[in-house]
Design a protein around this ligand. Sequence first.
Ligand SMILES: [Ca+2]
Length: 308
Amino acid sequence: MFKSLLAKLAVRQMSALNAIPVVFKKLPSLFFTGKIKGFFASILAIFQLLGVIVFDNPGPIIGDEIDLNDYSIVFSDEFNGDSLDKDVWQICPALGTGEIFDESMVSFDGNNMIISTKYLEDGSQGPGWYTYGIENTDAYSNFQLGCYYECRCKAPAAKGMWSAFWMMTKGQKDRLKGPDTGYTEIDVMESFNYGMDFANSTLHTLHKWLPEEGRFQSEIVGKYRVNKDIYNEYVTYGVLWTEEEFIFYIDGKESGRSTNGATSDPAFMLLTCQVKLDGQEHPEVLDNPESAFPASFTVDYVRVYTKN
Ligand SMILES: [Ca+2]
């Protein structure tokens, strides 16, 4: 029976199960060295891990910190200017959830790029929910494995918003021109729980398009509880892309890892803010007070590091 129960657990729940003894082993040394705060934080983490296994709740972030001392920045956009660098970024094609991407919704405050979202009666493409999304131009779509990709941002504080920092391997663009060889989508940060259960949490997800089977193979690597107000405080979300796996980080601390979709195909990055409309009769976005808009997805920077 225990075996059949185990078989029903998703990979993220199995990771939580495997993490419990690791955290448990640290308890005596934390207690006997007087690190009482760490001791109780570990006890709490064990309960949170049980919540992941039993209820599929967001889990705690308990991994090691990434050491970037051995890394150098090979690409960055600090978004400190007053416009989008069109050599690097272009508008992301529509993502099919019903919102309208319009460049008028992107602005700069000297330190950040801000993607604003608002319903406009008189928008350039008629009435609708206006927002924006960017992806790398072809010239900047050759990011490689071996690098650490990081974005520092604040998620929009409105119900029904879906902000994301993600990557896609080049096969996604190439399939439009030639044979479809498949691709991997790496969702480093997805935030859509403002004002709902599991606010202040984020998802890491991998989707692998298998053209010969005509389907996506998807894996939620994990849902993670960030111990911060992610709508008003900056958080960094990152992924270290190695030959064998994707290792995810939140504020520099490992949150989860996966071998699914490990690939050497080059990739491009995307920053998008969707509105969860999806043809719903009553989308959650309508439950916000008027004062919630324009909602802002605030991005301080995107950086790519490579090992020296
Ligand atoms: Ca900045």
